[in-house]
Write a protein that binds this ligand. Structure first.
Ligand code: AMP
Length: 385
């Protein structure tokens, strides 16, 4: 099969979660079929896709069966084993490239790549053992965040070190896994940019957005971010540099901190659609999921423009999922549910988006009021905003 993929071609997506589900819905609109590789029966992505291979992500037989059935392979999550990636790449085109996946899987590789490309991060050091952690703490100072280099997400695999007395316990909690120590950033904002780069090196990025977390899980995204123009320019330039330096074909998200001096530092990159881009489904003519599918299929990239401002609220765990009937009964809230049967605490079950006229994103109280039953506690507490 050659690129651009013709209508009715099959896109293979590794991972069965909501990112795969929303990618598959976008792919269907472009006339493609999706085939999902997942360990789960009845996954959110499988529910809306043409076919599924149920397999471990490193089982050669499952990977072969999946690859044989598809024309291109992409991802909705990054944690496929190195051998699994190599096998898939030997069988079918993999977009984004396995190199990009490998960099994003490992915080040390990721920060080495970023700094090598001249992109600023908080100071960091790899940590091998307890002595090494003491040395790293000397150099970086406290507070600092100790993280596992791999497989961390939503705050899992990380511990905040406030005092020297925390060092030993933090190490005991996370070792023997490979670790990284990062300087704690007393950020004014957490922001992100979702960007796509095509086969022809064309580039499109959505507006910079502001992200609020609760219990380390994304709670709210505000689009656009309410940040100074100079900060926005740094964020957009960084996303462009990351995409170019990786020679990306596909879509990625760059998560960043704005430090107290207004300098933008990259926290991490995710070479896939991202939770902080869900607002684009409702506020943009072409969403992050459409750009993802277009980029990996070799189609032209449309502009990543928005027709509206937006506030996106995740629905996490049983309590927020229980709001569903009220959400459905509230005019103006755009509901999205992911088809997960069990609402465990901390599990992302769906999201809601509220649109505002472009340029008219209200202050915190206004957004909280507009989100109605889905309003998060984190909004409306800073009346000066
Ligand atoms: P991560 O798993 O690296 O995305 O971290 C999850 C969340 O923890 C981030 O979104 C931040 O809110 C917080 N965090 C992570 N690293 C740092 C850091 N170096 N300084 C301050 N906050 C951090």
């Amino acid at each position: 099969m050659t690129f651009p993929l013709p209508p009715n071609a099959t896109i293979g997506l590794v991972g069965g979660g909501q990112l795969g589900r929303m990618s598959a819905l976008a792919a269907a609109r472009l006339g493609y079929r999706c085939h999902i590789l997942t360990r789960e029966q009845d996954s959110p992505a499988s529910q809306v896709s043409a076919a599924t291979t149920i397999s471990d992500y490193h089982a050669p037989d499952g990977l072969r069966e999946f690859a044989a059935a598809v024309d291109v392979i992409s991802f909705e999550f990054e944690n496929v084993s190195a051998e699994g990636l190599d096998l898939l790449a030997s069988l079918k085109p993999v977009r984004p490239s396995p190199t990009i996946l490998r960099i994003s899987q490992d915080r040390v590789l990721e920060k080495t790549f970023l700094n090598g490309a001249g992109i600023p991060t908080t100071p960091w050091a790899p940590v091998q053992d307890l002595d090494g952690l003491h040395v790293a703490v000397e150099r970086i100072g406290l507070p600092a965040v100790l993280k596992t280099t791999r497989l961390g997400y939503d705050g899992k695999g990380q511990v905040l070190l406030r005092r020297a007395a925390d060092v030993r316990d933090a190490f005991a909690v996370l070792s023997p896994k490979p670790l990284i120590l990062e300087g704690f950033v007393d950020f004014s904002h957490e922001i992100s940019v979702v960007a796509a780069r095509g086969e022809d090196r064309s580039y499109a990025s959505f507006d910079t957005v502001e992200n609020r977390h609760r219990d380390h899980i994304l709670d709210v995204t505000l689009a656009p971010a309410r940040i100074a123009e100079a900060v926005d320019a740094q964020a957009q330039a960084i996303a462009r540099r990351v995409a170019d330096a990786l020679d990306l074909v596909g879509l990625l998200a760059v998560e960043m901190f704005v430090d107290p001096g207004g300098k933008v530092l990259v926290n991490e990159i995710a070479p896939r659609p991202h939770n902080s881009g869900h607002w684009t489904i409702d506020a943009c003519p072409a969403s992050q999921f459409e750009l993802h599918i277009r980029a990996i299929a070799g189609l032209p990239l449309p502009p990543a423009v928005r027709h509206s401002d937006a506030a996106m609220k995740n629905l996490v765990g049983p309590d927020e999922t229980a709001l569903w009937p009220e959400i459905l009964a509230t005019p103006g809230l755009i509901p999205h549910l992911y088809g997960k049967v069990e609402a465990r605490p901390g599990r992302k079950m769906g999201h809601v988006t509220r649109l505002f006229p472009k340029g008219a994103l209200p202050g915190e109280f206004g957004i909280a009021a507009a989100l109605g039953p889905a309003a998060p506690q984190s909004l409306g507490q800073r009346p000066s905003d």
